[in-house]
Design a binder for this molecule. Structure first.
Ligand code: SF4
Length: 189
């Protein structure tokens, strides 16, 4: 699409302003634990690629987090391949597409996994806390919890988008990158 380039130094700010809760959760976990499990690395890596992070910047970004837990050699041996693979530079050399909402919502989540859709997979008390921390009003949080209760996860996500931007959105949310692009379009005019 008409994606711009994003760089590693922009990611935390973009995560707060423009990432959907699923990707914000992956970024928060990466920031606090300096690690993501395999599925999280794939899903977040492909999201960032589609958002405009190039391969060189992706390697820098992941390395800068993971090196808080390991040395460069270990990182290069265990993780560089997967990052290059996401960009179609290893193995099957496929230009993998980022995951859409349905794929994330239908994914298998084990306890401790953070690569799901928070509206579907988070414990409701934790989801509520998270939305409070994201400065969503109590009234909207109640609406979102009602939608979650009815399993309308993508509509709940749409309400979240509308709440953080303060305007309605015509399109529904069907893809984390669409969430991001609509946000950037709105914020940057
Ligand atoms: Fe992410 Fe889609 Fe869930 Fe929103 S509805 S949090 S974009 S998976």
């Amino acid at each position: 699409g008409d994606t711009c380039r994003i760089t590693p130094d922009m990611i935390d700010t973009l995560a707060n302003k423009s990432f959907p809760p699923c990707m914000r959760q992956l970024n928060d976990t990466l920031r606090t634990t300096h690690h993501l499990k395999y599925n999280g690395r794939v899903i977040y890596g492909l999201f960032l690629k589609a958002a405009g992070l190039n391969l060189e910047d992706a390697l820098f970004f992941w390395r800068s987090h993971f090196l808080k837990n390991m040395d460069v050699d270990t990182f290069d041996k265990r993780y560089s391949y997967g990052i290059r693979y996401n960009y179609g530079k290893e193995g099957k050399k496929t230009d993998f597409s980022p995951y859409g909402c349905i794929k994330i919502i239908m994914g298998n989540i084990a306890p401790g996994d953070v690569h799901g859709c928070p509206f579907k997979h988070s414990d409701v008390a934790i989801l509520r806390q998270r939305l409070v921390a994201y400065k969503v009003s109590n009234q909207v949080i109640d609406e979102i919890m009602e939608l979650v209760n009815k399993r309308h996860y993508q509509i709940a996500c749409q309400r979240y988008w509308e709440s953080i931007h303060g305007v309605p959105i015509d399109a529904g949310i069907n893809h984390p990158n669409q969430f991001f692009e609509e946000s950037q379009k709105f914020l940057n005019g």
